[in-house]
Ligand binder design. Structure first.
Ligand code: PTJ
Length: 264
């Protein structure tokens, strides 16, 4: 059942994101497990205040530098990403000269094709991982091991969102730089990635594209310095400090009855 959500609803944005996923599910882009994964993300988003926090901006700056320095950058797309941000995927790929590849945990050829169609409808010229997922990521046993020999297999930088820990670890073992977008700072993906953006993919992709566009004309030396100065462990620890501080503040404000949901 679908309902009309009034714009004035205090949880309008969040409910609209849900609707997009349900629509994606009905169109055969998203798997039921993707709806559960989204619920987990929503919970972390609520805790960080449903906004892009400072440590995520730091990670995006490093991610933009990594994408611009890369020889073969690839944006990996799964069902949830295709349902939520197809246009933003294409914009980021164009801005950073990256290839787009469909890579699914619950892979079926039918769903791969549907996702590729949606990306093409939103302006993608080429989508890898459809008929050409003939290479294999070593030591990975899920369907995500199947990759394109022109895409993820040879990529030096791979951007993943809502990813599983096994593939992130396997890609790192292959020597790739992995940029992860994941609202859970404690997930195996977040901890295994080279650069972790703890933010909702809906906010993170457009913001990351802005960083790429802003930094595009910087000299390579500058981009290398940005990457050299980046520590993912430090950034994840800053996210946890942020959550800790925010929960303490909220605890005090709720105790004094000066906070209600939706306020910063
Ligand atoms: O489309 P498929 O077949 O590739 O399957 C995709 C899912 C999402 C089902 C699969 O990758 C999966 O099961 O993912 P996990 O292991 O549940 O991990 C999802 C992670 O993404 C969790 O850490 C969530 O907190 C996080 N997450 C959920 N929604 C968002 C998010 N992170 C950023 N933005 C979101 N909107």
């Amino acid at each position: 059942m679908r309902i009309e959500i009034p714009r004035a609803h205090p949880r309008y944005q969040s409910l609209m994101i849900r609707e997009k996923l349900v629509e994606g599910f009905e169109k055969g882009l998203v798997v039921p497990q993707g709806l559960i994964a989204h619920g987990r993300g929503e919970c972390f988003d609520y805790i960080i205040g449903e906004k892009t926090i400072e440590p995520a901006l730091k990670a995006m700056r490093a991610a933009a530098a990594a994408l611009l320095l890369a020889k073969h950058p690839v944006v990996s797309v799964n069902g949830n990403v295709a349902a939520l941000v197809p246009e933003e995927v294409v914009r980021l790929a164009k801005a950073s000269n990256a290839k787009i590849e469909v890579n699914l945990f619950y892979r079926t050829e039918e769903r791969v094709k549907r996702i590729a169609e949606v990306l093409k409808l939103h302006g993608a010229e080429e989508v890898l991982g459809v008929d050409d997922a003939t290479a294999t990521i070593p030591e990975l046993f899920s369907e995500r091991r199947k990759v394109s020999p022109r895409g993820i297999y040879v990529a030096d930088v791979v951007l993943v969102a809502l990813e599983d820990g096994d593939r992130t670890e396997a890609l790192r073992k292959m020597g790739k730089t992995v940029i992860a977008i994941d609202l859970n700072p404690l997930s195996r993906t977040s901890l295994a990635a080279s650069i972790t953006i703890v933010d909702n993919v809906v906010r993170a992709l457009p913001k990351l594209t802005e960083f790429v566009e802003e930094m595009k004309n910087e000299p390579r030396g500058y981009l290398e310095e940005v990457l050299k100065g980046y520590s993912n462990a430090k950034v994840i620890s800053e996210v946890l400090d942020y959550i800790n501080r925010r929960l303490r503040e909220l605890s005090e404000r709720i105790h004094e009855k000066v906070w209600s949901p939706g306020e910063p």
